[in-house]
Design a protein around this ligand. Structure first.
Ligand SMILES: CC(C)(COP(=O)(O)OP(=O)(O)OC[C@H]1O[C@@H](n2cnc3c(N)ncnc32)[C@H](O)[C@@H]1OP(=O)(O)O)[C@@H](O)C(=O)NCCC(=O)NCCS
Length: 135
């Protein structure tokens, strides 16, 4: 597995299969734009297939706050420690930032606990008709 902090070598045909269970998922092309526009991105690439099999992004003001909107590992690559590696690498990238926030479902609270994160309240708004992206 190769981990990369930049998207320079990544093309949209390397981004198949993500956004599992999303009724209206963004296309691989939109996914690539999202990666390029994020403040920080780390991808996990299977060096045998040259496909991206996991990714994490952060958007940040670079001063005090960062938000982690996306972490996903492809189903056939789950439970191999890839998610853990992506989170650890991102937290290292954000080590000089005061607030590092993300939202997750209840079943992932114990997962994020293991990285020293704590549960809090969050409020979200979802504009479902834009789930595919605005590109
Ligand atoms: C969450 C996710 C990124 C974890 O990636 P991964 O590479 O499988 O995770 P790791 O191999 O580092 O860790 C696996 C551990 O996390 C636990 N875990 C993974 N997903 C979990 C879930 N949905 N609920 C509870 N535990 C989960 C596994 O049980 C395993 O525990 P163990 O180490 O005690 O056996 C991956 O399951 C995924 O892409 N899920 C769908 C998208 C998603 O929910 N993203 C998070 C948005 S906040």
């Amino acid at each position: 597995m190769i981990y990369k902090n930049s998207t320079g070598d990544i093309s949209s045909d390397m981004l198949e299969g993500f956004f599992v269970d999303w009724p209206n998922p963004p296309s691989p092309e939109t996914h690539l734009i999202l990666l390029n526009k994020s403040s920080k991105v780390i991808t996990a690439i299977d060096d045998h297939t040259n496909q991206v099999v996991g990714f994490i992004t952060a958007i940040s003001d670079g001063v005090l706050s960062a938000y982690i909107p996306f972490l996903e590992v492809l189903p056939e690559y789950k439970n191999k420690g890839i998610g853990k590696e992506l989170v650890n690498r991102m937290l290292k990238e954000l080590a000089d930032i005061y607030m590092i926030d993300l939202c997750c479902d209840d079943d992932l609270v114990s997962y994020y606990d293991t990285f020293g994160m704590t549960k809090t309240n969050g409020m979200v708004l979802r504009n479902y008709k834009m789930q595919v992206g605005n590109i």
